[in-house]
Write a protein that binds this ligand. Structure first.
Ligand code: ZN
Length: 158
């Protein structure tokens, strides 16, 4: 059963309010996450609590339960000179930076004259999300995974 400190493998299909597919994971390459450690959006994590292997569920999330509302203050215009000279300003490129006390992932929107427009909102902020999920596997997490706060399955160890 999915509870805190289990590692869960999920197949899922994520669509927005218009039914457009935004993301997916199949049984051959499932999403693996550590339950109860905010590795996935809060609304989805809550909805998965208590499910068993083989369970399927449709989960509809408001923007607040997903990636949050769009914060206009995180849409910034910075002088091109603030970026390394040899850095190519490619729309869609992401970089990490601190703003105040918060750590954000910014996405480059594009150049605008001598400025660069960037956006620190999650690309899915402000969107209602529909997840169609299937629980493919559940196992107890290792001590190391619990310490790190993430699953060590797959290719994304840090
Ligand atoms: Zn780790």
């Amino acid at each position: 059963m999915i509870t805190k400190n289990t590692v869960v493998s999920l197949g899922y299909r994520l669509t927005n309010a218009e039914g457009k597919e935004l993301d997916s994971a199949s049984s051959s390459d499932p999403l693996s996450y550590l339950h109860g450690h905010k590795q996935i959006v809060p609304g989805l994590e809550n909805a998965l609590e208590g499910l068993l292997v083989g369970d399927k569920k449709e989960v509809s999330l408001s923007p607040e339960e997903g990636y949050g509302q769009v914060i206009p203050e995180l849409r910034l215009k910075l002088p091109r000179t603030q970026f390394p000279e040899d850095m190519e300003i490619t729309p869609g490129l992401q970089f990490e930076a601190n703003l105040g006390d918060n750590h954000h992932v910014f996405t480059i929107i594009g150049e605008d004259g001598d400025d660069v427009n960037i956006d620190g909102n999650h690309p899915l902020a402000g969107q209602a999300l529909n997840f169609s999920v299937e629980v493919l596997g559940i196992r107890p997490a290792t001590e190391e995974e619990i310490q790190h706060g993430h699953s060590h399955d797959g290719h994304s160890h840090h």
